[in-house]
Design a protein around this ligand. Structure first.
Ligand SMILES: C[S@@+](CC[C@H](N)C(=O)[O-])C[C@H]1O[C@@H](n2cnc3c(N)ncnc32)[C@H](O)[C@@H]1O
Length: 261
């Protein structure tokens, strides 16, 4: 398959086969190993790095849980995704729609990471409500575009999360590299970017469908950060095994944190 065909097949997968409810059911019924790894990482980021304006979660999907560690660090979350269906799931959760996903277990996990002890139910509710209240802007985003949020967002963000997005939309490492550079361009000077990606996988399953992954390795992320001119001495990139979730099609998570010069 040549690159253009690969790109078309990746897009088809999202435009025709993505189902937010299947994704939430398969990956977010409980806090699995890949998310324990990712949430621990994000709790550390939230405890160490400043958020001096709105925080952007790029490629949020139908999820909000990666924002939970940052609920007290800013008053404004912006969430972007390619599919309106995913943004609608986020809007429904924010607006307390009856059918929306239950993120309580994820809030419990985040609070336990932060304090080292099981949280009280009232604290869980408080974290969920603060997260809801912070969700101010839902945006169409397309990682394939040089300006993934379009011209309507004129300035960069001081804080950007990007979890399982560019690595989960193509099998082509060259495309992945370009999408990462596009997303890195959303970070303001001095701002930071936290990334979680499927490690060394060529796909992952959602319902009965298989979606693409680009086989990301630590060295690949290193090359992107260097080309995007992030500070080498502030960059951290590593991988962790996630064999408990191998039934989804991957068994490693790559984590990365970088600050723009
Ligand atoms: C595996 S999901 C990750 C969702 C969420 N961040 C998480 O951690 O569960 C990949 C997401 O990429 C989004 N996506 C697909 N094509 C995209 C594109 N061209 N630009 C931005 N996002 C895209 C999909 O809609 C989907 O929500």
């Amino acid at each position: 398959m040549n690159a253009a065909m690969k790109s078309r097949s990746s897009l088809t997968a999202f435009n025709t086969h993505w189902c937010a409810a299947d994704y939430l059911g398969d990956y977010y019924s409980t806090v699995e190993q890949d998310e324990r790894i990712t949430l621990r990482f994000l709790c550390t980021v939230a405890s160490r790095l400043p958020v001096t304006g709105p925080l952007l979660d790029f490629g949020c999907g139908p999820t909000v849980h990666h924002l939970l560690p940052f609920a007290g660090r800013t008053t404004e979350f912006h969430l972007a995704d390619y599919l309106p269906e995913n943004l609608e799931a986020v809007r429904q959760w924010r607006d307390h729609a009856d059918s929306s996903h239950d993120w309580s277990e994820f809030a419990e996990y985040v609070l336990a990471c932060e304090s080292g002890k099981p949280p009280q139910p009232a604290d869980v509710q408080d974290r969920l409500e603060r997260t809801r209240a912070n969700i101010k802007v839902l945006l169409h985003g397309d990682a394939r575009q040089a300006d993934p949020l379009g011209a309507s967002i004129p300035r960069g963000y001081s804080a950007v999360l990007c979890c399982f997005c560019p690595d989960s939309i193509t099998t082509d490492p060259v495309e992945w590299h370009r999408y990462m550079l596009n997303i890195a361009g959303l970070v303001a000077p001095g701002g930071w970017l936290a990334v979680a990606a499927l490690g060394r996988a060529n796909g992952y399953t959602v319902g009965n469908h298989r979606f693409p992954s680009s086989g990301v390795r630590v060295a690949d992320v290193c090359r992107v950060f260097s080309e995007a001119r992030f500070c080498a001495n502030l960059t951290q990139i590593w991988s962790e095994p996630a064999e408990e979730v191998s039934r989804h099609g991957f068994s490693e998570v790559v984590l990365a944190l970088a600050q723009r010069e």
